[in-house]
Every structure is written in C-alpha cells, then in structure tokens.
Design a protein around this ligand. Structure first.
Ligand code: HGY
Ligand code: MN
Ligand code: MN
Ligand code: MN
Length: 410
C-alpha cells in the first residue's frame, strides 16, 4: 500500500476538534437538538460548506445542507453526511466524523463536473435525547414526520415546537422538507463503529451490512406516594421497587433471546425524596434486534412481564411506543463501491452489522444508502473516552472520496 500523507485525516480531525468546542455544558460535550450549542455548530458547518463552494442553508427542522450541482443543474444528489447533535457527556466523533469527512470530500472534489449533484448534510436530533419523541431530522427528509412530535416536551417543559422557533427553525415548514426519492441518487455515511469488531480485526474501516431494528417506548409505573417511616412494607405500592423489578426483567428476558438487546436508559422518580415512597416512575425502554420478529417478540414479552409485575404489586403500568424502526438492509451497489475503494487503498474491510441506529435508516427510505464504519478505541462511544486515530480518519475519508469518484466514473 503506497504511503499517503494523512492530509485528509488531519483536516477531518481539525474540523471535529473545532466543532467539539460547541457544548451546552462547560467541561463536557453535550449538544442537544436545537440547543444554543447545536445552533453554534450548525452555523459553523454552514460556514464550512459555503467555504467549500456549496450553496448551503439550515432548513426548517434544523438540518444543515449544502449542495453543488453536477455537470448540469437539477441532477439527483449523492448525499454525504451524518448528525451533529450528541448525547449527554458525549464523545466528539459520533456524528461529526461523518459530517467532517463529507466536507473534506466536497473540498477535494471542488470543480469536478460530476454526473450527480453532491450534497453534504448535518442532521439534528439523531440522538433523540432532548425530546421524548424522535424527529431525527433525517426523518423529515424521508417524509416520516409526525405532527405530534412537535408537542413533545424536554426536561424544562419546553415543547419541540417552541425550541425549534427559538432555534430559528419553522415547525410548519417541516412537512415540505420531504424529499422526492428520484431527487436522491444515494446516501453515504461515515460513522464510528461504536463496537469492538474492527479493532479486533485490526482493520481501520468496515462496510455496514445492515442496521438493527429498534423499538422505543415511554413507560410509566403509578403507585402511591407515602411516608417512608410509617407504612409497613407489606402495605406499600412502591412505584420505584416495581420499576426496579421491571428493569431486571428487561435484562433477563433479553439475555434469554440471543441477538437482541434491551435497555432501560432513563428513569425519573416522583416525588424523588429520601423519606417518600415513590408514587410514580417514568422510564425509557429501548429494544433492538437485526431480526424484526425477535425484536417484536421480545418487546411483547417485556410488556407482558411488566404488566404481571404491576398486577402483583398493585401498581399501574402504561407504555407508549414512539419509535418503531424496522431493521434496514443497505444498498448492495453502494456497499460494493465502498468495499472496492477500501481494497484499492490496501484494506480488507469487514462486513459488520450496526446495533446502533443512524440517519441512514431514514435515508434508506429515500434511496440507496450505505455506511462505512471506522475503528474506535475499545469500541467505546456515547462516552467522552470515544476516540479514533488520525490515520483511521484519513483512511475513512480516502475511502469515501474513492467511492464518490468510483460512482462518478472518475
Ligand atoms: O441510539 C442509537 O443507536 C444512536 O446512537 N442514536
Ligand atoms: Mn451517531
Ligand atoms: Mn449516537
Ligand atoms: Mn414528615
């Protein structure tokens, strides 16, 4: 393999480090959808897109999109990108790596007359952390937008609608964002693997075979708040003890179904006082599998077990599903193009599934989509310890560039 100076990787890492400055919480990286840090990052990406010669804007839902026409105006677009919102106390690569690599590819191809338009995109709300619903803004492009999402409230009680207006978005303009499938030639997303397989295989990149299906629900346990010192143990309707038993049931049932994962990630106790038996607990449920019947089967088993626990304990249990993404196969043609470009650079890319969901799920409803995973240290993600090497950032960016050239017949 010819030694290449990691020039592209250095540029990508510099862009990621620059975007990482924008956080809502000093001392750690938290950039929730429509927050001031999201706005600052979107403005920075807008400037970078324009500097790369793209005509760029921030759309009604907060997506930053830049476009350069192909050899004639109005051609379907090959879209490159990922998301710029993050989880709480996040790493800096989950999302921004894909946006930075896409920007660098657009910079490298400046002036090339391609047989398709080239678009760079920075989606928002992919992490679905701030609002209880999901308006991954890629879903707005895919026409999967649901009006009720706008009424979802964040921890401060602000609705998505209000936050979007403050951000400078336009709630009523979201339905019009739906793209026509014929306007999208394809979508390519570079993303950290968020798992250990590439490190174990000693490979910098891998081609994603499929993306696991995902069901998300908001669950509520309703007991009776009461005095912690006076109520005998056998006479309590303790919502937190019930929720704890349900959480362990989620773990036990998922362990019993190979290939599935299920997580209670967020839990809120009401009133949450040291001397009050919990009256209510709200918790999140996230169930995933590459096999849709398994995911649905596990979800149903968890619901039944929670209802049985609630019955035994004399508490109420409700569950509201707000996301149900099927497992997504990716485009064989684009996967092969990524594979070819990686092999041309001397790599032997793994094919590997994604347990994490991505914007590629929504984009796959619009057109051929594929993803390139990048090795990350220890497979760690959704954690400030998330890290990649400059050399791997360079490898991934060169694979993306080679793929676009291949698709353009250059
Ligand atoms: O939840 C996920 O898989 C992604 O990080 N949003
Ligand atoms: Mn991500
Ligand atoms: Mn993530
Ligand atoms: Mn008292």
């Amino acid at each position: 393999m010819t030694e290449i100076s990691p020039r592209l990787g250095a540029r990508v890492m510099a862009l990621i480090d620059d975007l990482a400055r924008h956080t809502d919480e000093p001392g750690r990286l938290t950039r929730l959808y429509l927050s001031p840090a999201h706005r600052a990052t979107a403005d920075a990406v807008l400037g970078l897109m324009r500097a790369a010669g793209l005509s760029a804007r921030i759309d009604a839902a907060g997506t930053v999109v830049g476009r350069v026409e192909g050899r004639e105006p109005g051609l379907p677009a090959l879209v490159l990108g990922s998301h710029i919102d993050s989880v709480v106390d996040a790493g800096r690569y989950d999302g921004p790596l894909g946006v930075a690599a896409a920007l660098v590819v657009a910079e490298e191809l400046r002036g090339a007359a391609l047989p398709f338009a080239l678009e760079v995109v920075a989606f928002g709300d992919e992490e679905n952390v701030r609002f209880p619903t999901s308006l991954s803004t890629s879903k707005a492009w895919a026409g999967q937008y649901r009006f009720e999402w706008l009424e979802g409230r964040d921890a401060a009680g602000l609705t998505l609608r209000e936050a979007l207006v403050t951000f400078g978005g336009d709630p009523d303009g979201i339905p019009a964002l739906a793209r026509r499938p014929e306007a999208v030639a394809g979508y390519l997303e570079v993303h950290i693997e968020q798992g250990p397989a590439l490190e174990a295989a000693v490979q910098p990149v891998g081609v994603v075979s499929a993306i696991a299906g995902l069901t998300r629900a908001r669950c509520t346990v309703t007991g009776e708040a009461n005095h912690a010192g006076t109520v005998p143990m056998g006479m309590r309707r303790d919502a937190l003890a019930a929720a704890a038993e349900m959480t362990l049931a989620v773990e036990r049932l998922s362990e019993g179904m190979p290939g599935t994962v299920a997580t209670v990630g967020a839990l809120a106790v009401v009133p949450g006082a040291v001397n009050v038996i919990a009256g209510q607990v709200d918790f999140s449920l996230d169930v995933r599998s590459p096999v849709d019947p398994d995911r649905h089967g596990l979800f149903a088993a968890i619901q039944a077990e929670c209802r049985a626990i609630a019955g035994r304990r004399g508490v109420g249990f409700t569950s509201e599903t707000f996301m149900d993404n099927p497992a997504v196969g990716l485009d064989p043609g684009l996967q092969a193009a990524l594979d070819r470009a990686a092999r041309d650079l001397g790599f032997a890319p793994l094919r590997l599934p994604s347990g994490a969901t991505h914007d590629a799920v929504a984009m796959a409803a619009l057109g051929p989509s594929a993803m390139l995973f990048v090795r990350c240290r220890g497979g760690i993600s959704h954690n400030p310890a998330e890290s990649i090497t400059l050399e791997d950032a360079d490898a991934a960016t060169r694979v993306l560039l080679g793929t676009v050239r291949d698709l353009a017949g250059l």
